[in-house]
Design a protein around this ligand. Structure first.
Ligand code: TUI
Length: 313
């Protein structure tokens, strides 16, 4: 089916479908379920201790023989320790976010690790491909969490024209329609985060999942535009307060203080009023919790039905 897909060949996976490595949310259990279903499961190492990451990698290796990945948030203080773990454990693939992985590229390559950075601009995509990135994830601002400024619809074809490695589209994809749309834009794979928040294997707090299930079309907002660190989240009491502070001219340092610890508060403790519920704009399309493997299977089957229909156009 995807025998000639460059991403499937590069990573030895059945379907060109990545599960987003969501910080605080995506552990080894979720990653293993996605990899077992033929996609690329990814552990989210953002905000984690090195020992937690090591445990989760061991868990994935116990549960599957298939390839998997680890997402590294480059802006975190313990990034060097986390990198040591992925190199020591020789994880098959690393995705990176929120920065430029250039200085670590050689270390990953020496360990035989495929490097797939998340980019939100053409310039960074080109620079990282020159430095040896095996593929790039073009992430549009429909995504949840920390985002760039461009939409998936415009960013993906521009990056596809600018680089010769496979491009994975991220931001706004949760079903077979989004999967096919990404391919129409020139992508050779998709990365899906928000849909997997509502999977049985995701270890996020149930109240968080409930907020994603209940989300409608205009449920997400972008905080942090004033301080140049835009973050998409489901609106709640906290985002309302934060936006008021932001637009009434509160200082950057005070805003940073206001946002501290809000991700784990929502994801782990289930504080969905005063924590930050990071989620993509596509949350409004999601209304059911399913096993992660079934999510993968349903998206691929949905995409193939559309492909067959296109043949008849
Ligand atoms: O990383 C994300 N999304 C995230 S990470 C996160 S959790 C977190 N925890 C603690 C501290 C901070 C965050 C929630 N959501 N997406 C990938 C992504 N990367 N989006 C945009 C970018 C990006 C932005 C600028 C990538 C590179 C970049 O480059 C700047 C440069 O150095 O040129």
């Amino acid at each position: 089916m995807f025998e000639n897909n460059r991403l499937c060949r590069l990573l030895n996976i059945k379907y060109p479908l990545f599960q987003g490595g969501m910080a605080w949310i995506a552990g080894g259990r979720l990653a293993a379920a996605v990899s077992n279903a033929g996609g690329l499961g990814i552990i989210g190492a953002g905000g984690a201790e090195a020992s937690w990451l090591e445990e989760q990698i061991k868990l994935v290796k116990e549960k599957t023989d298939r390839p998997f990945g680890v997402n590294l948030m480059l802006a975190l203080p313990n990034i060097e320790e986390l990198i040591d773990v992925v190199v020591r454990e020789k994880v098959p693939a690393v995705t990176t976010g929120a920065g430029n992985p250039g200085i670590y590229m050689e270390k990953f390559k020496e360990a035989g690790i495929k490097v797939i950075p998340v980019v939100a601009s053409v310039a960074l995509a080109k620079r990282l491909v020159r430095l040896g990135a095996d593929a790039v994830i073009a992430e549009g601002m429909e995504s949840g969490g920390h985002i760039g400024e461009m939409s998936t619809m415009c960013l993906v074809p521009m990056i596809c024209d600018a680089v010769d490695v496979p491009v994975i589209a991220a931001g706004g994809v949760a079903d077979g329609r989004g999967f096919m749309a990404a391919f129409a834009l020139g992508a050779e794979g998709v990365q899906i985060g928000t849909r997997f928040i509502c999977s049985e294997e995701c270890e996020v707090h149930p109240a968080y999942q409930e907020k994603v299930l209940k989300a409608r079309d205009r449920a997400t907002v972008i905080c942090g535009t004033v301080t140049n660190h835009p973050v998409r989240a489901i609106h709640n009491k906290f985002t309302r307060h934060y936006l008021q502070c932001e637009f009434s001219g509160m200082k950057k340092e005070e805003l940073e203080e206001l946002g501290r610890g809000k991700y784990p508060a929502a994801a782990l403790n289930g504080d969905v009023e005063y924590g930050t519920i990071l989620a993509g704009e596509i949350a409004g399309l999601i209304n059911e919790i399913k096993p992660a493997g079934k999510i993968v299977e349903d998206i691929i089957n949905h995409a193939l039905r559309i492909k067959a229909m296109w043949g008849e156009l």
